[in-house]
Ligand binder design. Structure first.
Ligand code: ZN
Length: 238
């Protein structure tokens, strides 16, 4: 192997390292944890908003029930007072009034039962809303810690990327433009690897073995001439 292929392989090594660093930056554990906390905060906000709407609806229904209970109680007391007053003497009238008192008492107790169920349904919603601020504050603190970690990791990776990028640019300038264009085109088409070494009888790009005659032919090429892997199309450096 001779120039410009030493340089080409150095460019490829830099590109591979740069790609790995970028991938590491994107997939940082702290970044994923941060995104998860963001998702939890937004889910909590949605849940709390839903609970508030539900609590309002329950409160409205409770108001209706209170009014209905009060009306039933007032009507019952009114009838009971009339029965006690002695102004109604007809036995059938008294019996009808007694029946109504009985019905009103039953209605009142049904309404009160429903109200009790509403209160029971409201309890967990109230608890959720009451705890939401504390839960969200804890999540916000967690997010801050992750953000800090992400910032530090990003800064370290960015510093490495800057060094590698500058080195890579300087190296690439030393390549003949035709070779560089070919390399870039292959690299963008073949998952970031445009040039590979011939290692034994294998292409180090696609890891497939080449026919022994082809290996022989490539080995005998002049040092300044490159081959192309028949299987993956990459520049094959020997
Ligand atoms: Zn190959």
């Amino acid at each position: 192997m001779a120039e410009p292929f030493d340089t080409l392989m150095a460019v490829q090594e830099h590109d591979t390292a740069i790609d790995q660093l970028r991938r590491r930056r994107e997939t940082l554990e702290a970044r994923q944890a941060l995104e998860a906390v963001h998702a939890r905060r937004s889910a909590l906000a949605t849940e709390v908003a839903g609970a508030r709407v539900e609590v309002e609806a329950l409160a409205a229904r409770q108001g209706e029930l209170d009014a209905q209970i009060a009306a039933a109680a007032a009507r019952r007391h009114e009838i009971e007072a009339r029965m006690r007053s002695g102004t109604v003497t007809d036995a059938r009238d008294l019996q009808a009034m007694d029946g109504e008192v009985h019905n009103l008492a039953e209605r009142q107790s049904r309404l009160e039962e429903e109200e009790l169920e509403l209160l029971e349904a409201q309890e967990p919603l109230d608890a959720l809303v009451a705890e939401a601020d504390g839960t969200d504050a804890a999540l916000a603190a967690e997010a801050l810690a992750h953000e800090d970690e992400v910032r530090r990791a990003d800064a370290a990776i960015d510093a490495e990327l800057e060094v590698l990028g500058a080195e890579r640019a300087a190296l690439a300038e030393g390549l003949p433009s035709e070779l560089r264009v070919r390399y870039e085109a292959l690299r963008s088409r073949l998952g970031g690897v445009g040039a590979a070494r011939l290692v034994g009888d294998h292409c180090d790009g696609c890891h497939l073995a080449l026919p022994s005659m082809e290996v022989e032919r490539i080995r005998n090429l002049p040092a300044d001439e490159f081959a192309t892997c028949d299987q993956c199309g990459r520049i094959l450096v020997h």
